[in-house]
Design a binder for this molecule. Sequence first.
Ligand code: IDP
Ligand code: MG
Length: 153
Amino acid sequence: MERTLILLKPSCVGRGLIGEVTSRLEKKGLVICGMKMIQLDEKILREHYSHLVEKPFFPVLVKGMMATPVIAMCLKGVDAVEVVRLMCGVTNGRKAAPGTIRGDFSMSGSQNIIHASDSPENAEIEIARFFKPEELFDYSPLEIGYIYSPDEV
Ligand code: IDP
Ligand code: MG
């Protein structure tokens, strides 16, 4: 089964939306294999957002991402990367479709509640960036037979 990495950003933590967003991911049928609160620093953010370091908004992005601790989560599921990206909606909360996490909870192009890996390859890199192997757990929830048919897993 595929794994993906999400971060509940300061725009989520600071607004008391941790439970709300986590609940959506759980109810969808994604399995939480790792979860912790961490304070990000500039070093890890330069690595995590290396594709954006030259952008004019990068200093604002870094400051915003350090405003509170974040919740890092590793989620598991069939096509987990694509499923979670669809649940998040597009980057700008004002453009994200209603029903998506960003579409329902964000009015901003930067304070957009959640980060989610954009490919299975990047997911594995990002999981290793935020979690030690012993912080990840491989288990099956009891209801797995109701989440998927046997031919899907
Ligand atoms: P994504 O989070 O939807 O994958 P990326 O392009 O990877 O989008 O950008 C990472 C994060 O950088 C976004 O989630 C957002 O917080 C911030 N960001 C991206 N583009 C802009 C922008 O044009 N202005 C301000 N912040 C931005
Ligand atoms: Mg991205």
